[in-house]
Design a protein around this ligand. Structure first.
Ligand SMILES: Nc1nc2c(c(=O)[nH]1)N[C@H]1C(S)=C(S)[C@@H](COP(=O)(O)OP(=O)(O)OC[C@H]3O[C@@H](n4cnc5c(=O)[nH]c(N)nc54)[C@H](O)[C@@H]3O)O[C@H]1N2
Ligand SMILES: Nc1nc2c(c(=O)[nH]1)N[C@H]1C(S)=C(S)[C@@H](COP(=O)(O)OP(=O)(O)OC[C@H]3O[C@@H](n4cnc5c(=O)[nH]c(N)nc54)[C@H](O)[C@@H]3O)O[C@H]1N2
Ligand code: SF4
Ligand SMILES: [Mo]
Length: 743
């Protein structure tokens, strides 16, 4: 029998970054529990975290590249697969130009080192402007509001959960999602602690969620109207003389413009549209302003709606007006260990629309086009039509709006290549599938989520099982994909590619006056990084030149990958620190509370004040603890039990529409129609129905047998790809008007 060993890794499944303790026999995981010594999660984990072993050993996992031959996906060697990729991409580019190839980056791209570090190099190799990602069905509005307000789309304030006295949560359900744009392992414990220390938690949601149940107060809101509520809260702060910017006063512009822009949004005016009475709105404003510290936090329900950017902006406007932006207990900016050092306020600032999408003329945002227009770009003939697509760790056919249309568009492509761990609803249309070995066979460091964490921490995970025979680390898959896109498959030299990536990063630092290695020799620094290669070498470099790093001798700290390797439970770098104005990268180094681009969108919100319901129900989403978007449904322990893909309907609506618990309803929207079982519950607001996304696995060609047997129904057949938040291009996935009838 193999000897039992214990390993510590950070769970890469969601944003919470829990530390896990794995017991392994040989290469088999025999038990997973929370790592009690983890500096951040202190032993917390969720049911998904315990299944990483099942995920790794899932017999449906891909273990070899697949290439389509005579209509069938068949096993192939890596060389054959990359040769096919190179040949087909070259054909498409020759015939239709570089922009005929598009790239879609799915959610796990930000949960792997390969994805976070090699997406840019791959995009450069593809030479295309057609970049799409799950960000435009998710958080793009927050990037846009942060970009305009603070100068960088990644300068995102997070609620200082562990010190706040008052937390207002809008459109998030961290009891199930474990938090998003707010990395906080054990979110449940951190929420409970707010109340235990005498603070208050308020949840605004059209559903009585588990988070709402754990809060002091739950306020139902009509879906899609958070921007109105927040505008009325801000307006109340002005009216009742509650505005006090505190420290920010000295370097914030636009307070007067905000006041003027929000003039029309009195609590009385927004009340009938939001479904919240005016007195409650005033009280919410007063409580935020009068609490010793407070933080407003908005997520999916505030982003994936028609006023997503306005709502995301107003969250931080209210944080700023109440003096809570960038102060302990308020909304603060993380300083992750791998971030670049800065020498003071000011930078290039943020703009959108540097180029536009071909068919609908949507502006580029953060270098991307909205996924809501991917089908337009594939289907519409003409110069620049997308004919080939690279999908990295994504499943747009389930996760993007109007998925029936997108599904057909995928099937029409000349060439589709996917990097994934399964054959899913999207890559069943692929011509080549390149398998990734999965989390436990990879090293891990949360480049994306430590930048959104409620404490500054750093934790490194080494692979705990070998890359299975015949597979490659995802880093190498991505590198070879980039080489194939450059026509270099035959001579594929991953080492040389790796050297190129690292020297590119190092030289951007030696040229940067704020870097501790400014002016030093690139070769000397690369040599000092020693024998490490791939993501290890890049992460080591970033840590060393980061704010706690050894600076290759220049200090100020001692952080390096060596040091993290000696600390398997992570390194705690302390609570968040006030960081403005230095962290601002607006050209003038000031906070722009009223960016003209955003203020220009306020009249659209004002028009919504006249809106009344017209008998339709509004469909919203929901997540549950045992799911992870579209892809953890193949793990038997996570799908067993009561069926979860149901339509929640309020008893009043059920009676009115003749819908009974457990019986199928037909749900129709502007985009499509589905049949889904009804679950009658008072936990959803009257006039609102809810179902989860990421289901609908019962389609031909998928290789996920457990999921297929627990198929559920695809929410996004109903979401309308013609509706986006105009500033961010984000899809409207919540507050979808639907008609519901017994099936
Ligand atoms: N209606 C509605 N739609 C939504 C949402 C909603 O709330 N409502 N939420 C949206 C949000 S927030 C998101 S983030 C998107 C997600 O949208 P997508 O990113 O398109 O979809 P996922 O379901 O995350 O698919 C991830 C894929 O990555 C694969 N994968 C897992 N691990 C790895 C790995 O290590 N390497 C590789 N290469 N692949 C891997 C999985 O098998 C899966 O196929 O969905 C969005 N869609
Ligand atoms: N278990 C689990 N965890 C996950 C995921 C998962 O699929 N499953 N996905 C991960 C990903 S990719 C993300 S982005 C995060 C998302 O993290 P969260 O944002 O916390 O996700 P949700 O649970 O979808 O919560 C959104 C809430 O918004 C409410 N809502 C809908 N419309 C509106 C509205 O107009 N206004 C208001 N105020 N509320 C509204 C919904 O009822 C729902 O309760 O979760 C991550 N964690
Ligand atoms: S909460 Fe997220 S990070 Fe923690 S164990 Fe669950 S899936 Fe993993
Ligand atoms: Mo997401």
């Amino acid at each position: 029998m193999a000897e039992r060993r214990t390993e510590y890794v950070t769970c890469p499944l969601c944003e919470a970054t829990c530390g896990l303790e794995l017991a392994l026999e040989g290469d088999t995981v025999v038990r997973i529990r929370g790592d009690r010594d983890d500096v951040f999660s202190h032993g917390f984990l969720c049911p998904k975290g315990t299944t990483l072993g099942h995920l790794q050993d899932d017999p449906d996992r891909l273990r070899t590249p697949l290439v389509r031959r005579d209509g069938e996906l068949v096993p192939a060697t890596w060389d054959e697969a990359f040769e096919e990729v190179e040949r087909r991409l070259a054909e498409v580019r020759e015939q239709h130009g570089d922009h005929a190839v598009a790239l879609y980056a799915g959610n796990p791209t930000v949960h792997t080192l390969a994805g976070t570090l090699l997406l840019r190099p791959l995009l450069l190799a593809l030479r295309t402007r057609n970049l799409f990602s799950a960000s435009t069905v998710d958080q793009m509005p927050k990037h846009v509001s942060s970009g305009f307000m603070f100068g960088d789309p990644l300068t995102i304030p997070v609620p200082d959960l562990d010190r706040t006295d008052h937390l207002l949560i809008l459109g998030a359900n961290p009891m199930e999602s474990n938090g998003s744009l707010c990395t906080a392992p054990d979110f449940p414990g951190r929420l409970a602690a707010i109340r235990e220390r005498g603070g208050k938690v308020v949840v605004v949601d059209p559903r009585r969620t588990k988070t709402a149940e754990k809060a002091d107060e739950h306020v139902f809101i009509r879906p899609g109207t958070d921007a109105l509520l927040l505008a009325a809260i801000a307006r109340t702060l002005f009216d009742d003389d509650l505005v006090d910017l505190g420290r920010l006063e000295d370097f914030t512009d636009g307070v007067g413009e905000v006041r003027e822009a929000l003039e029309g949004f009195t609590p009385e005016a927004v009340s009938p549209v939001c479904g919240i009475d005016a007195a409650t709105i005033r009280r919410m404003a007063h409580e935020l302003a009068e609490a010793p510290t407070a933080a407003v936090y908005g997520r999916i329900g505030t982003c994936t709606v028609e006023f997503g950017t306005l709502a995301s902006w107003l969250v931080d406007v209210v944080n700023a007006l109440t003096g809570n932006l960038d102060r302990p207990g308020g909304a603060m900016f993380p300083a992750p260990a791998h971030s670049r050092r800065r020498s003071g306020p000011g930078g290039r600032g943020f703009t959108t629309g540097r180029w536009h999408s071909r068919v609908k003329g949507y502006p580029e945002v953060f270098g991307q086009f909205p996924v809501a227009t991917l089908a337009d770009e594939i289907e519409t003939p003409g110069d620049g039509q997308i004919r080939a697509l690279v999908v990295l760790a994504g499943n747009p056919v389930l996760s993007n709006p109007n998925s029936a249309r997108l599904d057909a568009a995928m099937a029409s492509l000349d060439f589709l290549v996917s990097v994934d761990i399964y054959v899913n609803e999207t890559n069943r249309h692929a011509h080549v599938i390149l398998p990734a070995p999965g989390a436990l066979a990879e090293s891990h460091y949360d480049l994306a989520f430590y930048a959104l964490a409620v404490r500054n921490v750093a934790n490194w995970s080494a692979p705990v099982v070998p890359v299975p025979d015949g597979m490659l680390p995802e880093w190498e898959v991505m590198a070879r994909l980039a080489l194939a896109a450059s026509g270099m498959t035959a001579t594929a030299d991953v080492e040389a590619f790796d050297d190129l990536v690292v020297s590119g990063l190092v030289s951007s630092h030696t040229a940067d006056p704020a870097s501790p290695i400014h002016g030093r020799d690139v070769g000397e620094i690369v040599a000092a990084l020693g024998d490490r290669r791939g993501p290890e070498r890049l992460v080591d470099f970033m840590l060393r030149v980061g704010p706690y790093g050894d600076g290759f001798g220049a200090g100020p700290g001692d952080l390096s990958l060596d040091l993290l390797e000696r600390h398997p439970h992570g390194v705690d770098l302390g609570p968040l620190q006030p960081s403005l104005p230095d962290a601002l990268t607006t050209p003038d180094g000031r906070v722009h509370l009223a960016p003209p681009e955003i203020v220009a969108d306020v009249p659209r919100l004002a028009a919504a004040l006249d809106r009344r319901t017209n008998g339709e129900l509004l469909l919203v989403g929901r997540r549950d603890l045992r799911s992870n978007n579209s892809w953890m449904h193949n793990i038997p322990v996570l799908v067993k039990g009561k069926r979860r893909c149901t339509l929640h309907v309020h008893p009043g609506d059920a009676a009115r529409l003749g819908l009974a618990d457990g019986v199928d309803a037909e749900v129709a929207s502007a985009a499509g129609k589905i049949r889904v079982p009804v679950e009658v519950t008072p936990d959803v607001m009257e006039g609102v129905v809810s179902m989860p996304h990421g289901w609908g696995h019962d389609v031909d060609g998928v290789g996920i047998t457990v999921a297929k047997a627990n198929a559920g129904v695809n929410f996004n057949i109903l979401s309308d790809d013609s509706r986006i938040d105009p500033l961010s291009g984000n899809a409207v996935l919540n507050a979808v008007p639907v008609h519901v009838a017994p099936a």
